[in-house]
Structure formats: C-alpha cells, structure tokens
Design a protein around this ligand. Structure first.
Ligand code: GLA
Length: 394
C-alpha cells in the first residue's frame, strides 16, 4: 500500500493526508448464465482478484482519474459529466459518478488512482469491480460533506453501477456482476434471485477440489452487440410464450414442464432455443445449490457441464476458444465439471478440479489449447473473497 500511496502522490502531488483506499472484486459465476436479465437465479462468487482505488477529495468540482497500468490522466468536471460519455478509458467511473448524482448523491471533487488486478475483458467482471470500487469511494468521500459518515448501501451501489453500464457503456447487462462485486463474502457463493434481489450466501466447501479459472485470452467486447442481441431474443421469446402463459412476467417464471407443453407456439427456432436455455438453466441453478449444500460435487459438476453444452448449442455464445478449453478440461482425470463463465464470446471457463490433478490439468489444457488455437490460455487459482469495501490505511 505504501508504494501505491507514493505513486498517487507522484501523479497528484500532496501528502498522505486525506487519502483513503477502497477495493472491489471481480467475480466468477459458478452456474446460471444469461438468466439474470430474465428474472432468474444466478450463483456467482466474488474473487480475491480485485480493483483497488486510492481516493482523495479536492476543493474544486474536478474528478481526476488515472490507472497504474495506463497512465493516461482523465480530467473531468462533476457538473458536466455527460460530456465524457464517449471517452475510451474512464467512462465506467464517470458513468457511475453521473448516475450517483442523478440518484441524489452529493459528490465532491476528487483524485482517483486505480490499480486493476482483474484481467480486463476476461469475463471476470473487471468492469463491475471498477464500478463498485468507484461507487463506494465516491459515496464515502461525499458522505463527509454531509458532516458525518453514513454507511454505504452496497445493493444500491450495485443497481446504480448497472445503470452506468447501460447508459454509458451501452451494454444492457443484468445485475449479477455488480451484485456479486458489492455483496460477495469470503468462501461463499451468492444464490441470487435476480427478480427481487433476495439472496442466500452458500458456503463453498470443496473438500480436496479447487475452482480453476482458465482465460481463453481472446480479446472481446460486449459492446459489439451480441449480448444485447441475445437479450432482445429473450424478450421476443417471452412475448411469444405469453400468449399461452399470460402470467409469466419473465422467462424464468416459466417452469420447464409448461415450456415443454407450450413451446410449439414459438415459431422461430432461434428464439425457441434461447428460451429453452434460459428456462432449463434456471432450474439447473436451483439443482446445483441443492447439490452443493449436500456436498454432492459430482452432481454439481454434471450440471456445470450441462450448462456449458446448453450455452454452446442453444444460446450459441461459446465459440471455438471456450469449447476447446472445456473439451480438453473434461478429458483430464479429477475434473468434475467445466463450463464457460460470464457472457461468453471469449472470456473464461471455470472448472472443478481435484487438487492432486491440478498440474496435470493445467499442462494438458495448455498444450492442447495452444495446439488448436495458436496461443496459450492463462490460469487463475483465485480464492473466493469479500465484496467491495474500504481498506483501512492505518
Ligand atoms: C455478463 C453480464 C451479466 C450476465 C452475464 C451472463 O457478465 O454483465 O449481467 O448477464 O453476462 O450470465
């Protein structure tokens, strides 16, 4: 931390006085993909990989940003945030600032320095980590201007960060990533109902097994439109199903049995496939949580595999990189399950691997992936950590 503080002062001048530090993690989703914006269940866990932001209030209304790995200073005006909507780096932060102000928070000018440890564009929610760290930092600094420190409401921070992503970044994401980054708990996954945001923290006890994340290292961006396209397809699916099930307010409301009975009314095959994925995936989340609670990791792993296969065949968001990682992972002894995690189109997979097979797993997957794809993957053995918070400096 000392080094970070020195660096902060190199960029912004001044002394340690007034500097505070905040952090928020990335996430891995264990199961429940593309269910969040359909009112369904998800089962993510916050990672120990995180973004840390050092923050110090200013006496004017400027908000200055820099990242340790980018070293481009963005200087913005808190009273004219709309003007920075299209900047390349900094729009997550300024989007959050703008949405906070629109929600009635009084912010103060400040200098912010980011250290991002969640690999960017990897599908591990580096963006949610930045958004939640920013939201907590800005509200905490602003709080003081009310004359007292009030607790920061993490669920509100998640909802406001999601809005920033919709309005600034243009991705109509669900609530999963921001919620996991704000509400994560060490060694627990969050069984979240995205319709009403009720949740339970479920202990992740993997006696003798580890969660291994593999990065395809394929560059991607959700802004490219495929994500929003899937979302629109789900909306079309719901509309079609409503003619048979008028009570359904979202796809996740539809039980598998009702879907099977009514799916014939969906004329468009693509739309039918998308809806089938969401409705079955939602049921798999409930089954997975049940299995994990009983310590039945074998069933948990099987459901993970089914989830990936459905994302590949019905939702069509995997691609050769993710499929190669998963196929190769499943060939290795001691692997209970392997699936893509996050939005897809590149990004990462998550696998449950027996501890004594970890090395064999990484060796096999690395070699086979590089042979097929032409460049190597990366592996992360991240733990499950806590959600966004202030880190005391003294
Ligand atoms: C991205 C979005 C989430 C969720 C996942 C897919 O990570 O930000 O809201 O929709 O994709 O499950």
């Amino acid at each position: 931390m000392k080094e970070l503080i020195e660096r902060f002062n190199r960029y912004f001048g001044g002394t340690e006085e007034g500097i505070r530090a905040f952090t928020a993690p990335g996430r891995v989703n264990l199961i429940g993909e593309h269910t969040d914006y359909n009112g369904g269940y998800v089962f993510p866990a916050a990672l120990t990989l995180s973004t840390t932001v050092l923050a110090r209030p200013r006496t004017d209304r400027k908000i200055n940003l820099i990242a340790t790995d980018l070293e481009i200073m963005v200087r913005a005006d808190l009273d004219n945030l709309e003007a920075y909507r299209d900047i390349k780096w900094g729009n997550y932060q300024l989007g959050v600032a703008d949405e906070l102000q629109k929600a009635g928070y009084r912010l103060v000018g400040c200098d912010l320095m980011y250290e991002d440890k969640v690999p960017l564009g990897s599908g591990l929610s580096s963006s949610a980590a930045i958004e939640i760290a920013t939201a907590i930092a800005l509200v905490s600094l602003g709080n003081m201007s009310y004359g007292r420190d009030r607790p920061v409401d993490p669920v509100r921070m998640a909802l406001i960060s999601q809005k920033a992503e919709h309005n600034y970044v243009g991705v109509r994401c669900g609530i999963m990533d921001q919620f996991a980054s704000a509400m994560g708990r060490e060694d627990h996954a969050i069984f979240l109902n995205c319709k009403n945001l009720s949740y339970e923290l479920v202990p992740v006890k993997l006696e003798g097994y580890r969660i291994v994340i593999c990065n395809t290292n394929k560059k991607r961006s959700l802004g490219e439109g495929k994500y929003n396209e899937r979302r629109a397809e789900c909306e079309a699916g719901l509309k079609a199903l409503k003619s048979a099930i008028p009570d359904a307010s979202c796809l996740a409301d539809v039980p598998v049995e009702d879907f099977e009975r009514c799916k014939g009314i969906m004329e468009d095959e693509t739309i039918r496939k998308r809806a089938a994925h969401v409705i079955y995936e939602n049921r798999r989340v409930v089954q997975s949580v049940e299995a994990l609670r009983k310590g039945d990791l074998v069933t948990f792993g099987k459901l993970m595999n089914q989830s990936h296969d459905s994302l590949r065949d019905l939702y069509e968001v995997t691609g050769i990189e993710l499929d190669t990682l998963v196929n190769e992972a499943r060939k290795v002894e001691g692997v209970l399950g392997s699936r893509m995690t996050g939005a897809g189109f590149g990004g990462c997979t998550v696998s449950i691997v027996r501890e004594d097979c970890l090395e064999a797993f990484m060796d096999h997957v690395r070699i086979a992936y590089e042979r097929t794809i032409g460049y190597p993957p990366s592996f992360y053995l991240s733990g499950i950590g806590d959600g966004g918070r202030e880190i005391p400096l003294k």
